[in-house]
Design a binder for this molecule. Structure first.
Ligand code: GDD
Ligand code: MG
Length: 360
């Protein structure tokens, strides 16, 4: 089986982290975001994966060599000379996706869930139409593609991308499976699958919806990255409780890499991920936060609702909160308070940041 992951774009909404790594390689729960998807695809028997990209950073190519070994899959880079939107890349990769009659998966690269691909494949085969997408309920459907089903059926009646008026709260989760025949609807030019393809497939009765079980998050921006981390840890707690850390100073769900060092008299959690080689001093408080590889939080500092990128540090009695994001190699001095700061890589922060802003 085959799959295509829509990786295009520069990940601007996840800056400053994406100044150091392409978005799919940013660590989510201590693994590059895209690994969660590739692992789940490999598990269901996918052997060939097309990464649809606008540009091809060397770090990405290097990382994918390891992935090919690890998961025994073939990774193809399909590079667009101009951004082809969310449908054009499928036509560009037609040679791979349509090389046999078997259906193929398509994923938005910034979604995280339990990836029930086996169930999706079975559901898709049962109704026999051109495509199936997974749906999930959300509170604010205006940021997404909304689907309306035919009464008493799993067939989609209407697909409305980013609706201005309320049409429903079941949204497109960005996870699809298609028969190769669907490719006849697309040309390799800039095209939106949500606006130029799905409404027509729905009209023809060829697009079906399957409710996604479990949690779902689009983790393409810091606030959602943190809430998605909390949902992911909650799911791990149910399915793989040993992956979470248990200790006296731990509160709620915490994932700590085995090499992470935690000092005395701390309170870590809930909803915290400590990356490899992280060093947490004594008396530290951390909640709803992600600390990436090689970073340290010194004695008596507090980190809440924030992301600390790679090889960074927070000084003694420092305080980060309100969706503060430190890029790679950022150093916050002792006793400094950062409220909603977005700090670009390789900076030192020596004075308080009292209001949310970008620090360059
Ligand atoms: N290769 C390639 N080329 N990929 C692209 C391009 C492009 O020109 N443009 C966007 N993508 C990729 C993005 O990297 C992302 O993985 C995916 O296509 C969707 O683009 P987003 O920019 O993240 O769209 P969105 O979040 O506003 O909306 C989409 O996702 C929602 C679920 O999170 C839509 O599919 C909605 O219908 C859906 O509800
Ligand atoms: Mg998105």
């Amino acid at each position: 089986m085959k799959a295509l992951i829509l990786v295009g774009g520069f990940g601007t909404r996840l800056r400053p982290l994406t100044f150091s790594k392409p978005k799919p390689l940013v660590d989510f729960a201590n693994r590059p975001m895209i690994m969660h998807q590739i692992e789940a695809l490999a598990k269901v028997g996918v052997k060939e994966i097309v990464l649809a990209v606008n540009y091809q950073p060397k770090t990405m190519v290097d990382a994918m060599h390891e992935v090919e070994e690890l998961y025994k899959v073939k990774i193809h880079f399909s590079i667009e000379s101009e951004p082809l939107g969310t449908a054009g890349p499928l036509a560009l990769a037609r040679d791979i996706l349509a090389k046999d009659d078997s259906p193929f998966f398509v994923l938005n690269s910034d979604v995280i869930c339990e990836f029930p691909f086996e169930e999706l494949l079975n559901f898709h085969k049962e109704h026999g139409c051109e495509g199936t997408l997974m749906t999930t309920p959300v509170e604010d459907p205006t940021k997404y593609g909304v689907i309306v089903q035919k009464e008493g059926s799993c067939a989609i009646d209407r697909f409305v991308e980013k609706p201005k008026e309320f049409v429903g709260n079941q949204i497109n989760a960005g996870i699809y499976i298609f028969n190769p025949k669907m490719l006849d609807r697309i040309e390799p030019k800039p095209t939106s699958i949500e606006k130029d393809v799905f409404p027509f497939m729905a009209k023809a009765g060829q697009l079906h919806a399957m409710p996604l079980a479990g949690f779902w998050a689009d983790v393409g921006q810091p606030k959602d990255f943190l809430s998605g981390t909390a949902l992911y840890l909650e799911s791990l707690h149910h399915h793989q409780p040993d992956a979470l850390k248990k200790a006296e100073d731990i509160v709620g769900h915490v994932m700590a890499h085995p090499s992470a060092k935690i000092g005395k008299n701390c309170k870590i959690g809930p909803n915290v991920v400590l990356g490899p080689n992280t060093v947490i001093g004594d008396g530290v408080r951390i909640s709803n936060a992600v600390i990436m590889d090689g970073s340290s939080v010194r004695d008596n500092a507090c980190v809440h609702d924030s992301i600390i990128g790679w090889a960074s540090s927070v000084g003694r009695w420092g305080r980060l909160e309100n969706i503060t994001v430190l890029g790679e190699d950022v150093h916050v001095a002792d006793e400094v308070f950062v409220n909603g700061g977005c700090v670009l890589p390789h900076k030192s922060v020596g004075a308080n940041i009292l209001e949310p802003r970008i620090v360059m």
